[in-house]
Design a protein around this ligand. Structure first.
Ligand code: SAM
Length: 196
């Protein structure tokens, strides 16, 4: 993954598997689940289902992992629970079980912008957070939690022409932007425009 050449956009899943054998996990961290209203929880579920849809196009879909998943999430999730990776315990535990000690946390409040150099990690973390307006500073808490558990966290933001304004903040759109950059070799601006 670190030797990112520009990929042709259309590759079959088998070709992709050969070229990217160490496909990372895309983890949606649900530790803030209880802070959401029922309606917002529904949106979180829908967006995770859309993440599965995106990854299934490229791979199997099981690369979507949901951590801190509780009974209510399982009940409310209308997608194929058996095709994604659902994990009841904290993200750090999941990472340790998979021998992953360093991650990229997608965080609109980060100082550094996501780049190709970050595509060598084995896990990307996206906050399972829905908040219209997005002004609350919530994602950094996920990073602090991971660091406390001994995980190295690279906090990275996605920007459009240098600014987070104009970047869609839905969980599935963020995943879509990463995939367009990683798999299709698009620039960040192009990827953001295409996911708007
Ligand atoms: N106000 C929330 C916060 O403080 O993070 C916004 C959460 S956003 C709706 C859901 C998730 O999408 C975030 O936790 C983050 O992982 C990801 N995200 C949204 N916009 C992003 C951006 N511009 N750069 C990186 N990640 C972003």
């Amino acid at each position: 993954l670190c030797m990112m050449e520009k990929f042709e956009p259309i590759l079959t899943p088998d070709e992709l598997r050969l070229r990217l054998p160490d496909w990372p996990y895309f983890i949606v961290d649900l530790q803030l689940w209880d802070k959401h209203t029922q309606k917002e929880k529904g949106k979180v579920c829908l967006q995770i289902n859309q993440c599965y849809g995106l990854l299934r196009d490229y791979f199997t879909g099981s690369e979507v992992a949901v951590t801190w998943a509780n009974e209510e999430f399982r009940k409310m999730f209308h997608g194929p629970l058996d095709r994604i990776t659902v994990y009841d315990d904290p993200t750090a535990e999941f990472l340790k079980e998979n021998k992953i000690d360093e991650v990229v946390l997608l965080d609109p409040w980060a100082d550094e912008v996501l780049s190709e150099k970050d595509f060598d990690v084995k896990a990307f973390i996206i906050g399972g957070i829905v908040d219209t307006g997005g002004e609350k500073k919530l994602t950094p808490k996920i990073g602090e939690e991971l660091e406390k558990a001994g995980i190295k966290v690279r906090r990275r933001k996605i920007v459009l022409k240098g600014d987070i304004i104009g970047v869609p903040d839905r969980i599935n759109r963020i995943l879509g932007i990463i995939l367009k950059m990683m798999v299709e070799g698009k620039s960040m601006d192009e990827a953001v425009y295409e996911m708007q």
